[in-house]
Design a protein. Structure first.
Length: 315
């Protein structure tokens, strides 16, 4: 029997679903009842892969439902599926057109399915994401207070204090959740032995990068989005870019790397070496991010704590 690919266009209230064997598009509600009915239907088909776009979190519930049922689900960057649609000559964009294009993209490109995550992993992921949202709100309020009228400044200050208290409470919950899971606790403890890695970075790695220690250096760098890709054209040579990946991990890794260039002997030496070679700071920092990530991946894979070399000859 031919294996099929399902493409789902995610909306806030509905799910448009296409399957490679048909031209018609089915629609289910993006609610508990609709997701359960869609999952039942998918389980009744000879489906090899389900492909959905990352849609700002609206895809999380159906992905979790399908993965828990053992269905292979790939979550892909919308930029990739849209580029595929343009390559097909599809300039129009509707939910039904998108669903069909996503299904065909999955059949041709065969994106890697997402690993199964237990409920406690999903909850930790959401707690870390919520903390990130609260920090962004607090930063925005701190920026506003500088130009606000005196009468408004007091109101903003109250809100900032409330946000800070909520952030601290959430950090405590995150810490407790990690401590309650021995494998997470050991991973967090191990990566925190690296100079430049703090508790928030460790928690983000545990929550948003469960593949840490399970992939090789090239795969983990590409997954996070710190692997340089060639961008050569005509006479232009030598330019490299990073693209895609997990933004949340890359953001905390960037801040950790900034700290590591000052306090981590290996990263500091590597950073200075790149600058002496004439690399611009942004390029050097990206290279240091990749090196730090590879070090963390190796540590978790080998079960070893931070043990820097005695000399800088490992550059």
């Amino acid at each position: 029997m031919t294996k099929l690919v399902v493409g789902i266009d995610i909306g806030k209230d509905k799910l448009d679903v296409a399957i490679t064997s048909e031209t018609s598009v089915r629609v289910w509600g993006n609610d508990e009842e609709g997701r359960a009915a869609l999952s039942d239907w998918i389980e009744g088909q000879p489906v090899e892969l389900v492909v959905v776009e990352a849609s700002g979190g609206y895809e999380a519930a159906i992905v979790s439902e399908l993965v828990q049922r053992g269905v292979a689900v790939a979550v892909v960057n919308p930029t990739r599926t849209r580029a595929f649609a343009r390559a097909e000559g599809l300039l129009a964009k509707t939910d039904k057109i998108d669903a069909g294009s996503i299904a065909r993209f999955g059949a041709v490109m065969q994106p890697k399915p997402q690993a199964r995550r237990e409920q406690n992993q999903l909850e930790l992921n959401q707690m870390v994401a919520r903390r990130r949202q609260l920090v962004a709100m607090s930063t925005a309020e701190k920026n506003r207070v500088q130009t606000a009228a005196p009468a408004i400044q007091a109101h903003i200050a109250t809100h900032i204090a409330w946000l800070q208290a909520d952030i601290e409470a959430l950090e405590q919950q995150i810490s407790q959740a990690i401590a309650a899971h021995p494998e997470w606790a050991e991973t967090a403890r191990r990566v925190e032995t690296v100079p430049g890695i703090g508790s928030i970075t460790a928690a983000t790695l545990v929550a948003d990068l469960p593949e840490l220690g399970q992939l090789n250096r090239q795969e983990i760098a590409a997954l996070v989005g710190v692997a340089p890709f060639n961008h050569d054209s005509g006479k232009r040579r030598g330019q490299r870019r990073i693209f895609g990946g997990r933004t949340s991990v890359r953001s905390v890794l960037y801040m950790a790397t900034l700290s590591a260039t000052k306090h981590n002997p290996v990263i500091k030496c590597f950073y200075q070496h790149l600058l002496k070679q004439g690399k611009v700071k942004k390029v050097a920092l990206t290279a240091c991010m990749r090196k730090l990530l590879v070090i963390l991946n190796t540590m978790v894979k080998s079960g070893q704590d931070w043990n820097p070399p005695k000399t800088s000859s490992t550059i």
